[in-house]
Design a protein around this ligand. Sequence first.
Ligand code: AMP
Length: 182
Amino acid sequence: MPRLIFLGAPGAGKGTQAKTLADLCGIPHVSTGDILRLAVANQTALGVQAKAYMDRGDLVPDQLVVDLIRERLHEADAQAGWILDGFPRNVPQAEFLDELLHTINQPYDRVVNLDVPDDILVHRMLGRGRADDTEEVIRNRLKVYREKTAPLIDFYKNSDRLIHVNGDQSMEEVTHTLKQLL
Ligand code: AMP
């Protein structure tokens, strides 16, 4: 079963595609955004710490997400494969992940980058109606993506496991492309 890392700007469709593929493969879809939103809704210690960052569209501190990924990948259902969605989000997180996967002896198979033009990203995010999808927050999330997350494409470029997928197609077309590639 595959171990995949999904990259892409906010609004690129990572979440939808990661969930669809994970369901098809019968492996967990590990979304740090989903885990954090649940923590915020349940007002756990993690949620209380993360909320203000998420409301602004900033990344939450690395330590919070690094701890939750370590715990999540140690769970029984994650031993046969997983799809990571929203993690890593910056170079220090990617370095942490390399080390963690080495330690638990679970190398990733592929890094999938979903490419979508900026104007389409904004349009899609405004259409989602999520609490952190106001125009100002969206602009900040795109800025954070460009500054912190986009450099991961270079980080993974040297491995022959990075693949680019055109995310500017219908949901079904992207899923079809992904199924063929993986
Ligand atoms: P997402 O659903 O992946 O767009 O994530 C929603 C929000 O959760 C982001 O805007 C960040 O505030 C936070 N978040 C999710 N994943 C991470 C991560 N790996 N590192 C830091 N913050 C994250």
